[in-house]
Structures are given as structure tokens and as C-alpha cells.
Design a protein around this ligand. Structure first.
Ligand SMILES: C[S@@+](CC[C@H](N)C(=O)[O-])C[C@H]1O[C@@H](n2cnc3c(N)ncnc32)[C@H](O)[C@@H]1O
Length: 281
């Protein structure tokens, strides 16, 4: 028999893999015994049942092999909600909340009533859900080429009871309505093939199709810039998340595609994370 405190002490072997190993082990144990983290601090001397201990040990083994906490727990916080995730979707990043904030700044004053919003490459549905939840008069189209990703996004919409989203399986803007959207948001794959970052952190566990793009990481951004303008109403904004070294390349792609008012937005770490551009003619 082991107590909660003893089990957590043994998990110190996670130090090899994670700088946040204490938090990781608390989250894993809380999930293994289906209690909150607070419960662990309140009842450190409580003994664990064999099945609970085995479940915790299995979680720790997966974490030791590098698997991200979000995939082990099957959930990830984003914006002001929690999303179901599995290895068919990218784990939503805090940086992507900048895209949501920027979209809301553009939408809230201009579209207090209805607006048509497009989220390209929705994955778990993170961006689409955050925007749709803000105003139920807004109608969001969430696109992904992956049927498995769309199944996760749909499940998230159902559990958050967000109904103003339509999910569409297609490649970027193929088959979408012309001259329709007031804002297009995209967090596309933008990592260059063979980039050393693909071997680090959670990336080896995430879908390659969510991460990697040809043409030095710019192929999907180029396609989106070319296609999205046909779906956008005059005056609509396109927001694209990109790598922090891609600002100039993305600005050129957008300018070549005819967008105006091109501006890069910095994230909290002062990195060039996102570019917005307007479709005016
Ligand atoms: C970087 S992930 C972004 C996921 C989510 N929007 C987020 O921010 O957490 C990119 C997404 O684009 C999707 N994707 C890749 N190629 C696509 C294509 N040709 N058409 C539509 N979606 C695509 C992937 O399946 C993946 O879900």
C-alpha cells in the first residue's frame, strides 16, 4: 500500500523528462484517481488502491517516454474552457489565444450583430469555439482536412454546448461560399520539413499534418492567402498565425496576393507570432 504522498515522491523520476515534473505528477495522480489536485493536498496520507496505483504508474511511464500531459489526460485548457484532445489534433497553444484576442478586437465593435467567421485548420476547434462562444449571433465555419480532427472538434462543441459552428471537411477553402466571410482565422502548419524542433517537446507526438508544410514551411500559408480572398467580403480581415521567423515572408505573400493593411502582431514574449491583413479590392 502506498499513500498519495509516497506515490508523488516516487514520481520524482519524471525530473529527467519535465521541468514541471511536480505539477505533472499531481495532474497525473489526480486524473488516475479521478479526484482534484486539491484532494491530493488535503489527503496526503490516504492510501491508494492497487488499481489507482497501477493507473498512476502507467501514466508516469507514458510521461517518462515523452508523451505530452495533454494527450495522457485527454484534455487541454484553452481560452476560458477545457478541450478534449487526442493525438489526431494539435494540442492548442497559449500563443494561439493572441489570434483569438486579435480577432475579437476586430469583430466586437464592427459586428455586434451577425458576422460570418471562418476558422481554417480548426484541429480541436480551439479558435472556432472561442470565437463562437463570444457571440451566438456570429456564425462560424470550422474547416479541417482531417475527419478525425473534426470529430474531436464536434465533440468539444457539443460538450461546451456551442451550436453556432458548422464543421466542414475540405482542403482550406475548397468548395466554400464566395464573397461571404467577414473574418478568416488560420493557424496552419508552418514548420519546415526536417526542422530540429520537430524532435523536441510534444511535437514528435503531434500529427505531422498539423505541423509541417512544404516550401520552407510556407506552402499552406501561401495557399490560404491565395484562396481566402475569394471567400472574403470586401473589408474582411485575414489573420494567420506563423513562425516567429516568418514575418517578412508572410507579409510578402499577403502583399503579392493583394491584401492591404498588413500588420504583424507580437505575442507576450515579443515574438512575431501573427499577421493580419485586410481584403479591400
Ligand atoms: C497547427 S494545427 C491548428 C489547430 C488549431 N486551429 C489550433 O490552433 O490549435 C493545423 C490544422 O490544419 C489542418 N490542416 C492541414 N492541412 C489542411 C488542409 N489542406 N486543409 C484544411 N486543414 C488542414 C490540420 O489537420 C490541423 O488540424
Amino acid at each position: 500500500m502506498e499513500t498519495i504522498k509516497q506515490a508523488l515522491e516516487k514520481a520524482s523520476s519524471l525530473q529527467k523528462i519535465s521541468d514541471t515534473w511536480q505539477l505533472d505528477s499531481e495532474l497525473l495522480l489526480a486524473s488516475a484517481i479521478e479526484k482534484s489536485r486539491e484532494y491530493l493536498f488535503t489527503w496526503p496520507e490516504r492510501e491508494l488502491a492497487d488499481t489507482q496505483l497501477r493507473a498512476f504508474q502507467e501514466f508516469c511511464e507514458r510521461r517518462s517516454a515523452g508523451e505530452p500531459i495533454a494527450y495522457i489526460l485527454g484534455r487541454q485548457s484553452f481560452w476560458d474552457f477545457e478541450l478534449k484532445v487526442n493525438p489526431s489534433v494539435l494540442i492548442p497553444r497559449p500563443e494561439t489565444e493572441l489570434l483569438v484576442e486579435t480577432a475579437l478586437e476586430l469583430l466586437e465593435d464592427a459586428y455586434p450583430g451577425t458576422a460570418n467567421i471562418l476558422d481554417l485548420g480548426t484541429g480541436s476547434g480551439a479558435i472556432a469555439l472561442a470565437l463562437a462562444a463570444n457571440n451566438d449571433a456570429w456564425q462560424v465555419t470550422a474547416v479541417d482536412s482531417s475527419a478525425q480532427a473534426l470529430a474531436v472538434a464536434r465533440e468539444n462543441a457539443e460538450s461546451l454546448q456551442i451550436a453556432n459552428i458548422e464543421f466542414v471537411q475540405t482542403s482550406w477553402c475548397d468548395g466554400l461560399e464566395a464573397n461571404y466571410y467577414d473574418l478568416v482565422a488560420a493557424n496552419p502548419p508552418y514548420v519546415q520539413e526536417g526542422d530540429r524542433h520537430l524532435l523536441e517537446g510534444s511535437l514528435p507526438f503531434e500529427p505531422v499534418s498539423a505541423l509541417v508544410a512544404g516550401d520552407g514551411g510556407l506552402a499552406d500559408i501561401r495557399t490560404i492567402a491565395e484562396q481566402a480572398r475569394h471567400c472574403m467580403q470586401l473589408g474582411a480581415w485575414l489573420l494567420i498565425e506563423h513562425g516567429y521567423e516568418q514575418k517578412l515572408a508572410v507579409a510578402k505573400i499577403l502583399a503579392d496576393a493583394g491584401y492591404k493593411n498588413i500588420e504583424c502582431v507580437l505575442d507576450l514574449a515579443k515574438l512575431d507570432r501573427l499577421t493580419k491583413a485586410q481584403f479591400l479590392s
